[in-house]
Design a protein around this ligand. Structure first.
Ligand code: PLP
Length: 434
């Protein structure tokens, strides 16, 4: 089987041949690679070709593919049964682990209780319902270019004015639902102040990626997250910090471990499940006790806290020690610097955008700090760059608007394969035509 024939077969029975649009190669062209296995820093496609993986399942695989301790925990859990629809002691263990990792870096504890769900989308959707239930208010502030999953109210685009209610960002989202969201430019304090001046008493929450990494990586400006906490709290609203992508990836306590912020609700996903469908939201007890069955905010899930997923999460966090974070930081820095050097040698204008161990390349000389800015880059250079890397056995995210993900399993052999691929790929980027 070739990747092309696998894609043709998939396209006949699956819309676009993919079960999540980011997997399609729409912005780089060609057939997506159909993968059959992964080990450490590598994945193998249906043609038997091996690639250094810089997608890492879009974040969960902090330890790399098929980590022995994680597989062992999963095998053991599987042998005890796949799902019970009842509580299991391991859910408590995972909640305790997360709470311990988030232990007070700010004046008051941020996470005293945790609710496990299956996807990041569910975690943020529930966080918003919870914020509305706690405050009795309808509106939510989000930032352009930030992704919080695909629930209706979070698929919203900025309206025409600065502080106007949002428009649907997807067909199928009713205008009335999008209008419950305000979409503001990221890192723009004046826009946040204007929105609160106009709508403050009706705003339930601000939701923000702890560090933006779904429009490429865009770090929060120094003090911006703290400013959001202050602004929300002064208006009686909550701050939801979305750590689905950054959580347990950029540090043992996620972004909040690098930058303590007075978050009210924190959402987790990706690394917390180590590659299995698992996500969570956490907050102070006084907030979490608004959730059913204690409080009036309804939330449920047949497979929530699934024992196999929880086993993978516990094993992943147990293995993610200081050495893992140090290696991930080192791998990220090495690849980011080598890519920048190669691009400079090839005469390509670019800026490296970094937030902790997350990074991406902007094809423009000056680093942009919001969505309008990142879209000004010469995105046409990415397709030829991506394909030259792919030909050399390196799998990058198939879009310039995604973070590059590394793992602690990326050893020096894998790093050297990436570094060896860069000169030809950066020449391809240099030769690219709009
Ligand atoms: C991936 C992601 C989500 C959605 O998680 P899913 O598990 O894909 O539903 C939400 N927020 C952020 C910041 C993400 O990166």
């Amino acid at each position: 089987m070739s990747n092309e024939s696998a894609f043709d077969a998939a396209s006949a029975v699956i819309p676009g041949g993919v079960n999540s649009p980011v997997r399609a190669f729409r912005s780089v062209g060609g057939a997506p690679r159909f993968l059959v296995s992964g080990h450490g820093p590598y994945v193998v496609d249906v043609e038997g070709r091996e690639y250094v993986d810089l997608v890492c399942s879009w974040g969960p695989l902090l330890l790399g593919h098929a980590h022995p301790q994680v597989l062992d925990a999963v095998h053991q859990a599987v042998s005890r049964g796949l799902s019970f629809g009842a509580s299991t002691p391991s859910e408590t263990e995972l909640a305790e682990t997360v709470i311990a990792r988030l232990a007070p870096r700010t004046a008051a504890p941020i996470v005293e209780q945790l609710r496990l769900v299956s996807t990041g989308t569910e975690a943020t959707m529930t966080a918003i319902r919870l914020a509305r239930g706690v405050t009795g208010r309808p509106l939510v502030v989000k930032f352009a270019g930030h992704y919080h999953g695909h629930s209706d109210g979070l698929l919203a685009d900025a309206g025409s004015g600065l502080a106007t209610l949002a428009l649907p960002a997807s067909a199928g989202v009713p205008a009335e639902i999008a209008a419950q969201t305000l979409v503001l430019p990221y890192n723009d304090r004046a826009a946040v102040e204007a929105a609160f001046a106009q709508f403050g008493p009706r705003i339930a929450a601000i939701i923000v990626e702890a560090a933006a990494a779904n429009m490429g990586v865009v770090a929060p400006a120094p003090g911006f997250n703290a400013f959001l906490a202050q602004t929300a709290h002064a208006a009686g609203a909550l701050l939801i910090v979305d750590e689905v992508l950054t959580g347990f990836r950029v540090s043992p306590a996620g972004w909040l471990g690098l930058e303590p912020v007075e978050a009210d609700i924190v959402t987790f996903g990706k690394v917390i499940g180590g590659g299995m469908p698992l996500a969570a939201l956490g907050a102070r007890r006084s907030i979490m006790e608004h959730l059913a069955p204690v409080g009036p905010v309804y939330q449920a899930g047949t497979l929530s806290g699934n024992p196999v997923a929880v086993a993978a999460g516990i094993a992943t966090l147990a293995a993610a020690d200081a050495a893992v974070y140090a290696r991930v930081d080192e791998v990220a820095a090495t690849i980011a610097e080598a890519t920048s050097t190669a691009l400079r040698d090839a005469g390509v204008s670019h800026a490296v955008s970094r937030a902790g161990s997350l990074f991406s390349i902007q094809f423009q000389a000056t680093l942009a700090h919001d969505y309008v800015g990142v879209q000004r880059q010469e995105a046409f250079r990415y397709g030829p760059f991506f394909h030259a890397m792919l030909d050399a056995g390196v799998l990058l995210p198939p879009s310039p608007y995604e973070a590059w993900f590394v793992s602690a399993a990326h050893d020096d052999d894998a790093l050297n394969r990436v570094l060896d691929a860069l000169p030809a790929a950066t020449r391809a980027a240099s030769a690219a035509q709009p």
